[in-house]
Design a protein around this ligand. Structure first.
Ligand code: SF4
Length: 442
């Protein structure tokens, strides 16, 4: 087994040869480093994308806090190395390691992959390989960590069933503690890997593929699922937390420039709009909201704990947050005069949204993003996101009238049954928006 000293001495030889060595050294503000020998259960939380993208992921941060609040467990982090680092690590025989203690992932009891999107599947396999852990679940033995995965792209776990020991279906804040309790027993009572996996499979919301037989249709979709052990649930029911736990405050402050250098506070979870193309809208239901005071207090505490100059108030559909006007008023009052950029994404296309952004104007210098997604009435009805052209034009007019100059429009092409007319309509609508801009510039 590699020691942290060995890994650190090897890193000294290669770090100056890679782009952004800061991705691989840890030591950031607000990390938690516990005494390895004093803590029973060790968890590596892995975001299988590069550090620049993963370090600001809120889901991983929530689990990092949940686990590190326990005295009997520790959580450390790892990210996918960029290709230059991957090649050098393989050349020098360095396995993937955690940033906190520089210990190899294979030395942890539990490895938890966060899978927010499907394109991370292949990185997950590469990380297992780089860690010296058998890629296939069936090839792992008593000495290997238990590999779990969760996140939106684990909601349909079947594409990764051969590689992950246990999937968490749904939200992780509560179930992670039940999983830790089972993994603890593996250490305290010396339970076998098989006993541990079976105990995990009995937890509500946990899917352990080895206890299920899945039949597929010719097109690759699932035809039928049967259980191989009567003790395990079928179907596996998604975990939902009844009440959102307090938002994280001690965000990790990276030492290098990353994609999101900011505090993010989730204001609500879930969306009821039901746009047909939208996975997040379907799988994060039901809607749960935080109180305005909880959001504003958490934002202030997090800004004070990090020094970040940007605050993102996150949700899938901010306009649907019941207290959005009160929130914007309170946020603009609380942070008045502070050098802080505030973003409130995912607003509906309506002039009320422009009013809201106007109230945050002191803290917001960017442009507007609107997401009509489709430009013909036919296609809008198909995707169940109906916003008439006139509403879009009226909103853009309002934005330009108030002095903003940049509008970003999101459209999707490639919907089932789409015709060239539907695509042409996107260009035509964009031209109308540009025409509005020209009027207000004149
Ligand atoms: S409003 Fe946004 S989050 Fe909600 S279902 Fe539609 S696209 Fe998804």
């Amino acid at each position: 087994m590699f020691t942290s000293e060995h890994i650190e001495s090897q890193l000294d030889k290669i770090l100056l040869q890679v782009q952004k060595p800061g991705r691989y050294v840890g030591g950031e503000l607000n990390i938690v480093v516990k005494d390895w020998d004093q803590v029973q259960t060790k968890v590596a939380l892995v975001f299988p994308d590069i550090y620049d993208i993963g370090v600001s992921n809120v889901g991983l941060k929530i689990l990092y806090d949940e686990i590190n609040q326990r005295e009997d467990a520790l959580a450390e982090r790892a990210y996918a190395p960029w290709t230059d680092m991957d090649a050098l690590m393989r050349e020098h025989g360095i396995p993937l390691y955690s940033l906190e203690s520089k210990r190899p992932l294979s030395g942890f009891d539990l490895i938890g992959f966060s899978l927010p999107y499907e394109t991370l599947y292949t990185n997950t396999l590469n990380i297992l390989d780089l860690s010296g852990i058998p890629v296939r679940s069936a090839d792992r033995g008593e000495s290997h960590p238990i590999i779990i995965a969760g996140g939106h792209a684990a909601t349909n776990p079947e594409p990764m069933h051969a590689f992950i020991d246990a999937f968490v279906i749904g939200e992780g804040e509560e179930v992670i503690h039940e999983i830790l309790d089972v993994v603890q027993r593996r250490k305290t009572q010396n339970t076998s890997r098989e006993e541990t996996l079976l105990a995990l499979a009995k937890i509500r919301g946990v899917y352990v593929p080895k206890y299920y037989h899945v039949e597929y249709m010719d097109d690759g979709t699932v035809a039928n699922v049967t259980t191989l052990r009567e003790e395990v649930a079928n179907p596996v029911i998604k975990r939902i937390v009844a009440q959102l736990p307090l938002p994280p405050i001690k965000f990790i402050v990276p030492n290098i420039e990353v994609v999101h250098n900011r505090v993010s506070v989730e204001i609500m979870r879930g969306c009821t709009r039901g746009c047909r193309f939208c996975q997040a809208g379907m799988i994060t239901r039901p809607v749960r909201e935080r109180s305005v005071d909880e959001i504003v207090d958490a934002a202030e505490a997090a800004i004070n704990a990090t020094g970040f100059e940007e605050l993102a108030l996150l949700s899938l559909s901010s306009s649907d947050f019941t207290y959005v006007v009160e929130l914007v008023n309170k946020v603009s009052k609380r942070f008045k005069g502070r050098k802080l950029t505030i973003s409130l994404p995912s607003l509906r296309i309506e002039s009320v949204s422009v009013d809201l952004m106007d109230k945050l104007r002191e803290h917001y210098s960017g442009g507007f993003t609107l997401a009509p997604e489709a430009a013909t009435e036919r296609m809008r009805r198909i995707i169940n996101k109906f916003i008439p052209d006139e509403d879009i034009i009226n909103t853009t007019r309002e934005i330009y009238r108030r002095g903003w100059t940049t509008i970003k429009l999101y459209f999707m092409i490639g919907h089932p049954s789409e015709t060239l007319e539907d695509v042409q309509a996107i260009a035509d609508l964009c031209k109308r928006v540009i025409h509005e801009a020209a009027k207000w510039r004149a």
